[in-house]
Design a protein around this ligand. Structure first.
Ligand code: GRF
Length: 193
């Protein structure tokens, strides 16, 4: 199966997916990286691995539909079957959902439905919860609202900082996400509309 990764930032999850493919643990072809940030380190990773990428500046388009039409063209050109969001900081719009809903997943750094949206790690620390974690879910039109596929709890210690929790979360994500993608590809993602 061919997958496209969408990322806006450092792309450490993207890298974990690349490594899982190299090890044969994830039987997928990373056909494309879609990136909305010209300065994202994820782009360097794609270049290093010779993975095709499409990078765009949303400000140069007349709204979400306009840039998603361009993304859709690239996805079709590369015959992408599944979209894997890995730190992509935009909501997916109707253009992509109409074609891919049920075949788009996201990873979020909290136990959803707690702490959706931006800075889930900061939100968890402010709320002083003892346990947070990681969620993989299908993507719908909402902000981190789609059906949950997998979750892993992470304990928050007394002296936890944003940095230390971020590190724990990344470790869990890098192990969990490739596994879940492999499961979904093997079992076939059901199209939920
Ligand atoms: C991850 O923590 C993910 O849960 C969230 O964004 C972060 C991306 O990190 N959606 P990276 O770019 O993969 O390093």
């Amino acid at each position: 199966k061919k997958i496209a990764i969408f990322a806006s930032g450092s792309g450490s999850n993207f890298q974990a997916i690349i490594e899982a493919v190299k090890k044969g643990e994830l039987e997928a072809d990373i056909a494309l990286l879609v990136c909305d940030n010209l300065g994202a380190y994820a782009l360097e990773r794609a270049k290093n691995e010779e993975i095709p990428y499409f990078v765009f500046n949303a400000k140069e388009y007349d709204g979400k539909e306009a840039y998603e039409i361009e993304i859709l063209k690239k996805l079709k050109k590369h015959e992408v079957d599944f979209i894997v969001l890995a730190g992509y900081m935009r909501l997916i719009g109707k253009t992509l959902l109409d074609e891919f809903e049920g075949r788009i997943m996201n990873i979020h750094p909290s136990l959803l439905p707690a702490f959706p949206g931006k800075d889930a790690i900061g939100q968890a620390l402010t709320a002083k919860v003892k346990v947070s974690g990681v969620t993989v879910h299908y993507v719908d039109a909402g902000m981190d609202t789609g059906p949950i596929i997998a979750q892993k709890p992470i304990e928050i210690s007394e002296q936890e900082t944003k940095e230390s929790l971020q590190m724990k979360i990344h470790q869990v994500e890098h192990e969990l996400y490739p596994k879940v993608i492999q499961q979904l590809i093997k079992e076939g993602i059901s199209v939920k509309k």
